[in-house]
Design a protein around this ligand. Structure first.
Ligand code: FES
Ligand code: FES
Length: 154
């Protein structure tokens, strides 16, 4: 069946079974491979995208759920790594293997869209569903503070 939704600001229509995970639609049908598959069980956060601005686990979200809604992936942040979070990620040299990082960035982006002055606790709460096997948590937290400060200036 066809499902229509808005992806990164553009209307898309995909042919997929209603229960196909959104992650597979994004990666395999549409070809945006920034969103990663980690556990497939809503446990690691590697597949995090936004649904109407809220972070969700695309590996456990059937495509039928997003019909008529707005989905945003890591590719929506910027075309040239110029989003304050991306700049802060580079400045703090956050990633190690990098595998979890697009999910981390999407959770961070959702946090900063509603909280321009997050405390360490706010950050820890917002990021608690994103697991990093490389243990980059301290650099992620520092980078979010840097990006928040940058966004407050804008
Ligand atoms: S791949 Fe979706 S939460 Fe791990
Ligand atoms: S940077 Fe390797 S899993 Fe997070």
């Amino acid at each position: 069946m066809a499902t229509q939704f808005k992806l990164n600001g553009k209307e898309v229509s995909v042919q997929a079974e209603a229960d196909t995970p959104l992650l597979w639609v994004i990666r395999d049908e549409i070809g945006l491979t920034g969103t990663k598959f980690g556990c497939g069980l809503a446990l690691c956060g590697a597949c995090t995208v936004h649904l109407d601005g809220q972070p969700i686990r695309s590996c456990q979200t059937p495509v039928s759920v997003v019909a008529g809604k707005k989905v945003a992936t890591i590719e929506s942040l910027s075309k040239d790594n110029s989003h304050p979070l991306q700049k802060a990620w580079i400045a703090h040299d956050v990633p190690q293997c990098g595998y979890c990082q697009s999910g981390q960035l999407m959770s961070a982006a959702a946090l900063l869209s509603t909280n321009k002055h997050p405390s360490d606790t706010d950050i820890d709460n917002a990021m608690s569903g994103n697991i990093c096997r490389c243990g980059t948590y301290n650099r992620i937290r520092a980078a979010i503070h840097t990006a928040a400060a940058e966004m407050r200036k804008a």
